[in-house]
Design a protein around this ligand. Structure first.
Ligand code: HEM
Length: 149
């Protein structure tokens, strides 16, 4: 079934909604690793520990999970509409957003470990991981706006 152009005049609204939920997603991807760093500094079982567990759970449930889902649905709709499947810039973007979705999945798993009182990673490693979404977002936006190849 040929889907190129199926969005018609709604395409710009869909692209606007895509970018709006990308902003929410990136906000969550920047906040959660930062929460992990602060969470690491409090004693397992303390009141502060319970507060961070709750904050991380709500950030995932209310912001991160819904916005990642909506970014994918609207992004794929735009991809079918523009028929970009053989465009190198789009394939490179898709690879990066699959990586970013994997990073999201890893963080959801790490929040579960912290909720069980585990602290498997060093604070230094968590601070370095905090840079990943920023670098990925910069490259993704350049790929989709500039389309360098
Ligand atoms: C999750 C999977 C994603 C898919 C399948 C996807 C796909 C797309 C497609 C097909 C377009 C339309 C390009 C056009 O017709 O002009 C688009 C636009 C855009 N996407 Fe995504 N995207 C995804 C995630 C993201 C993420 C994570 C970011 C940023 C970090 C992002 C940033 C943008 C921007 C800024 C535009 C507007 C480009 C323009 O108007 O020139 N997208 N996306």
């Amino acid at each position: 079934m040929e889907l190129a152009g199926f969005l018609g005049s709604a395409m710009l609204w869909v692209k606007a909604a895509h970018i709006i939920f990308v902003i929410f997603l990136m906000a969550g991807l920047f906040m959660l690793p930062r929460f992990f760093v602060y969470h690491h500094q409090c004693a397992v079982g303390s009141d502060e520990d319970a507060k961070w567990i709750d904050r991380e759970r709500r950030l995932l449930r209310i912001i991160l999970d819904p916005s990642l889902t909506i970014v994918w649905i609207l992004g794929l709709a735009l991809a079918f509409n523009g028929n970009y499947w053989s465009e190198p810039w789009f394939l490179a973007k898709l690879l990066l957003v699959i990586g970013l979705s994997g990073y999201h999945g890893w963080m959801a798993g790490y929040a579960k470990k912290l909720a069980k009182g585990q602290r498997p990673m060093s604070e230094k490693a968590l601070r370095m991981l905090n840079e990943v979404p920023g670098v990925a977002a910069a490259v993704i936006v350049i790929l989709v706006v500039v389309r360098p190849f």
